[in-house]
Design a protein around this ligand. Structure first.
Ligand code: GDP
Ligand code: MG
Length: 442
């Protein structure tokens, strides 16, 4: 399986120095096979491998972890990113009520169950009053099924009128939910065994009548590559806004999830995790990445190592500051950390009073690009120049500017900033060390 395979690769990497191109490429050959075995679509695999390779080559390996462990973390980060990143994208229902949510998908994918789950979720988590209507005239007991689920979830359903066609049911449902001031109207549609033209025509006709705020494609995560094909067909024909992956409680390998976003270009909004009506979860990229990779322990180990090193670095810096030493290496480390933390924009939210500092920086023409420039400038200096900036005479400054693709005045501005920071540090020392920092920002 995938995690065994990756484990093998990373065992081989274990104990080596840094992430060389050869190491990374070898590891990625295995990752590629493993992802394909987990039913990830080929174009998605390609894109994934490219992204990871680019990030991994040349990356410093953290102290106290092996290169293999480091690669696991990079692979995991990229999986999370491709699965939609950290934040959960919910339903966008801020339209004139009733906000229509239309569920589409193949027969047996879990549409009807998920319709009731979402209505219940909206009622309990968001206090929204939802009505459900079944447009499924294909299967004999489909409308009855939704009615029963509605009773279980204590959610209203549109009264069944025998013999009506889907578009007419949709009109009647809209009318009823308007009259009774429902916030949300859930439209459960009919599926087919396979994607066909009749199904697409029906979905589009309903969408035309109902102008849905959300069109959610429901796919069974257990169907692997088939799920990807289904998603592909639907996304070309129907204006989807999101995906729900059902049967995530089964032993799906997660490959479908990874492909889904790439193929549809839409976020996975929910995961179905059982037959019960409360078995619905906000889709969690981190958890699904963990499932695909099966190496959660290694990931958290590397995260811990990274945090420890940041702490150690910060302590070392504090000591040097206390001694009145603060060279360009220290400045560079600060800049890099700033950049990692999300650049200047992040600063404002971090410390009280930093808003003012940020505004001042921006006024002086400083933005996130400047952080990168400054990093490049320091990177073009020799080790001696970094620890002793006084060495930088006019000739050296010209060399540094040329090397970093900047102007001598940029180099000067950086040196001036470093001097000012040095002075501020001394000030802090006088005020009683780091504890006095608050006074600067207060
Ligand atoms: P539809 O044909 O797309 O409307 O699918 P249904 O909602 O009728 O679901 C088909 C079957 O799948 C039912 O037995 C459901 O209980 C089951 N089902 C739906 N979602 C899930 C899920 O997330 N996990 C599990 N284990 N079963 C599910
Ligand atoms: Mg159904």
């Amino acid at each position: 399986n995938l995690s065994d395979r990756l484990g093998g690769v990373f065992d081989r990497l274990r104990g080596r120095g840094a992430l060389s191109e050869a190491d990374v490429r070898e590891a990625m050959r295995e990752v590629r096979v493993a992802l394909l075995e987990a039913d990830v679509a080929l174009p998605v695999v390609r894109r994934f491998i490219d992204a990871v390779t680019e990030k991994a080559i040349g990356q410093d390996v953290l102290r106290s972890v092996t290169p293999g462990q480091q690669v696991v973390k990079i692979v995991d980060d990229e999986l999370v990113e491709m699965l939609g990143g950290e934040g959960h994208e919910g339903l966008k229902l801020d339209v004139k009520p009733p906000a229509v949510v239309m569920m589409v998908g193949l027969q047996g994918s879990g549409k009807t169950t998920t319709t009731a789950k979402i209505a219940k979720y909206l009622k309990e988590k968001h206090g929204k009053k939802a009505m459900m209507a079944s447009l499924d005239v294909q299967r004999p007991a489909a409308q009855e099924q939704l009615k029963v689920l509605g009773e279980q979830a204590d959610v209203a359903t549109l009264p069944i009128v025998v013999g009506q066609q889907p578009v007419d049911i949709a009109r009647r449902a809209l009318e009823a939910s308007r009259l009774q001031s429902f916030d949300v109207l859930m439209l459960d549609t009919a599926g087919r065994l396979h994607v066909d033209e009749a199904l697409m025509a029906e979905m589009n006709a309903v969408a035309q009548v109902a102008s849905p705020a959300e069109v959610l494609l429901v796919v069974d995560s257990l169907t692997g590559q088939d799920a990807v094909n289904v998603a592909q067909s639907f996304s070309g024909e129907v204006p989807l806004t999101g995906v729900v992956l059902t049967r995530m409680d089964g032993d799906a390998r997660g490959g479908a999830a990874l492909s889904m976003r790439h193929v549809t270009g839409k976020p996975i909004k929910f995961a179905g995790t059982g037959e019960k009506l409360d078995a619905l979860e906000a889709f969690d990229p981190k958890r699904v990445a963990g499932r695909i990779l099966g190496m959660g322990d290694v990931v958290s180990l590397v995260e811990k190592a990274a945090a420890t090193i940041k702490e150690e670095d910060a302590e070392a810096l504090a000591k040097r500051m206390a001694k009145g030493q603060f060279d360009l290496n220290d400045l560079r480390m600060q800049l890099q950390q700033m950049n990692q933390m999300g650049g200047l924009g992040m600063l404002a939210g971090m410390l009280p009073g930093m808003k003012k500092a940020k505004a001042a920086l921006q006024q002086s023409g400083m933005d996130d690009r400047v952080l990168l420039h400054m990093d490049a400038i320091i990177g073009s200096m020799t080790a001696k120049e970094r620890s002793n900036p006084a060495l930088l005479n006019a000739k050296r400054k010209r060399r540094v500017a040329a090397g970093s693709g900047t102007e001598v005045q940029d180099v000067n501005r950086l040196l001036k900033m470093h001097q000012e920071m040095g002075r501020a540090m001394k000030q802090i020392k006088k005020m009683g060390g780091l504890k006095g920092l608050g006074a600067l920002f207060g």
